[in-house]
Structure formats: C-alpha cells, structure tokens
Write a protein that binds this ligand. Structure first.
Ligand code: ADP
Ligand code: MG
Length: 348
C-alpha cells in the first residue's frame, strides 16, 4: 500500500527540512518531539509534543502515520524498538544501536577493515594512563555527543592528572589526527546494492562546530574513490535504508580515516537542497517510503555556511541574489554556538 503519511522523531532543523521534502512528494508529515518549542512545528503538517518514554503519547502519534523515521540518532534503542513493533521504523533500530555508541561504531568499522583513528575504551583513569601513546588525544563520551559536546582535549599526560571526571559513563580516548582536511559523503540507500551517492563534501569546522561545507572537495581521485567505497560498504553492512552520512578525516600524509557515521540526513548535506536535482532530504523520504529512485545530477557547485548564534540577525531581512539561498530555522531563542540557519551560495 502506498505510504501517505510519515512520522518523524525529533523536531530540529533536520526534522524541518525532512518535513518540507514530504510536501513535494504529497506525503503528510507528523513530527514528534520532546521539545515544545521545536522549530519543525513551523514546517510539518502536524506536531505532537511528548517525552520519548510516554507510551500513550507515542501510541497516539503512531496511529496517525504509516511509517516512522528520525532526524537524530540518540533516541534510546528501547524506544525505537517499541515503535518498530507497531509501525516500521526506517532505518531499522539496530542501525542506531551500533552508531549511537562511539565504541561500538569504531568496532563495527574495524571489523570491515575500515580505518578509524586509534582509540581505546575508557572506564576509569587507569585506562588513560595505560594508553599514553594515544595522547595528545580527545576523551569523548561514548554516547550523546554532538558539535564537540562531551569532548575533552588531553594535550599531555600531565593534563590527565588534573582531570575531574566521575567515570559514571563510558568514554573513548582517541588519538588526535594531524588534520589536513575533513570531508563527508552522503549516500541514500534504497535496498541491496541500490543507492545514490553525492560527491564528497569538504567541511570546515570552528570550535568543533561545522562552519562551511563546499563542493567540489579538493581531494585526489584515490581518496575520493576510497571514501565512496567505504560509505557504500558502511550503508550496505548496516543494511541501512534512507540517507546516511560518513564523516572522514584526511591527515597530512593523505591517510583517510572514518571519523563517525550519522545514520540520517546531515548538516554537511544542506547544500544538496540547491545544488542537486534531488536533495538528501527528498532522497531520504523517497527511500524510506519506497518511492522511485531518481538518478542524481549535480546542477551547480556550492558553498554552505552555517549561521551560528546572533549572526542570524544579519541575515533576517537581507535581500539575496538569485544564486543565494537563506534558510531560517525559526528557533525561538538565539544562543551562543546554536545553529540558527544556513546560507547556500551556488557557483553559477
Ligand atoms: P561530534 O559528534 O561532536 O560531531 P566528532 O567526533 O565528529 O564529534 O568531533 C567534532 C570535530 O572535532 C571533528 O569534526 C574534528 O574537527 C574534531 N576532532 C574530533 N576528533 C578528532 C581527532 N581524533 N583528531 C582531530 N580532530 C578531531
Ligand atoms: Mg562529527
């Protein structure tokens, strides 16, 4: 039976842009979020506020939609699993189980001989002092990190001694890579060996927050094809359905590493809204709802800038050229380091 409505878990900017994509495909969107002021309520057809463990609210939500997807990977596995027993969740919850924990994610990647940064699991301080070879490094919480949150840089072994951490959750220690570049690959998988892949995107971070994304990425053909091969292998081995993003590091010696996997649409792919015939959001909805796959074509090269904090005020009310696109997330409150909107410029 054709899908006519989709439920989206999470109401941030990714949920907003997924909701907008459903309109083009004549599918109704219902966003479920634990934030009453979710920006996505400005863009979705319906909005339901509720906690993720509120079974009554969830059931009410599930009654309104044919299928479920999500905009962020940190929804507890038990919640997704509960939902999946009533209505199909795509991508399937098992994908999150692997990807929402940095340690499991790295083990999964290494199993398929995909290179990651060197790392170890950290349960207490001795795990750090016994792995001095990983310093300078970054201590990262295994779960719930984003935009550099939950990360502590360890410059030398002395800085470990002054660490004030209660090890009440798991961490990993990751060796710092001498970065030359960061790139990402966005792929939408429709089924076995059936996918569309966007060209590599080059990413520039400031304070561990994505600031600019550009296509084409300035990388050699060897790295380009290795990155694409790994993105395909990851999507295939996860048996992922929908859009997925792989973040990569390239070091000064041109070694390629997978940094992390986002089993969802991704900030670096916002430029696909204007530079490709089909955006990462539309492709996600197409794959999840079993719609036709359209061959991807790039129309223009592009640069996307994240608008962070009160910079948004400069964009609101501004007039733009025909190759410039401003998208306001309509967040109620402006906060420092908060992504408030984005701006894409096409290189026509
Ligand atoms: P998040 O989940 O917050 O995106 P990431 O692990 O992707 O976490 O880290 C955010 C950014 O911090 C990366 O894009 C990169 O710029 C920097 N970073 C993280 N880990 C390393 C590392 N091991 N070596 C060098 N830079 C790193
Ligand atoms: Mg990241």
């Amino acid at each position: 039976m054709a899908i006519t409505s989709i439920g989206i878990l999470g109401g941030g900017q990714l949920g907003s842009l997924l909701s907008l994509a459903t309109k083009k495909l004549n599918i109704k969107s219902v966003v479920y979020s634990d934030d009453r002021e979710s920006p996505a309520k400005n863009y979705s057809d319906d909005f339901i506020y509720g906690q993720f463990d509120d079974r009554n609210k969830l059931n009410f939500f599930l009654d309104q939609v044919d299928i479920i997807t999500f905009e962020f990977e940190n929804i507890p596995f038990e919640v997704l699993d509960y939902i999946n027993k009533k209505k199909n969740v795509k991508p399937k919850p098992e994908v999150n189980k692997i990807v929402q924990n940095r340690y499991n994610e790295k083990k999964f990647l290494n199993k398929y001989k995909i290179k990651t940064t060197e790392y170890c699991e950290v349960k207490d301080l001795s795990d750090i002092t016994n792995n001095e070879n990983l310093i300078p490094g970054i201590l990262k919480t295994c779960t719930m990190g984003y935009d550099g949150k939950g990360q502590i840089k360890l410059d030398d072994i002395n800085s470990v001694k002054s660490l004030e951490i209660e090890f009440n959750q798991k961490y990993i220690l990751e060796k710092i890579v001498d970065l030359k570049k960061e790139i990402s690959i966005i792929i939408t998988r429709f089924g076995k060996d059936n996918f569309e892949i966007y060209e590599p995107i080059e990413n520039f971070h400031e304070n561990q927050i994505l600031r600019h994304s550009i296509i084409p990425a300035e990388i050699n053909n060897e790295i380009k094809s290795q990155a694409k091969d790994w993105a395909f292998l990851i999507a295939e081995k996860l048996d992922h359905i929908g859009t997925l993003c792989v973040e990569f590091f390239i070091d000064k010696k041109n070694n390629l590493y997978v940094n992390e996997i986002a089993p969802r649409v991704h900030n670096s792919g916002h430029l696909t809204l204007n530079s490709y015939n089909v955006s990462q959001f539309e492709n996600h909805i197409r794959a999840v709802c079993g719609l036709e796959k359209v061959k991807l074509e790039k129309i223009y090269d592009a640069e996307m800038t994240n608008i962070i904090g009160k910079d948004i005020l400069k964009y609101r009310g501004k007039t733009f050229k025909e190759n410039e696109f401003f998208f306001d997330y309509l967040k109620k409150e402006i906060k420092e380091n908060r992504k408030m909107g984005h701006f894409t410029k096409l290189k026509k």
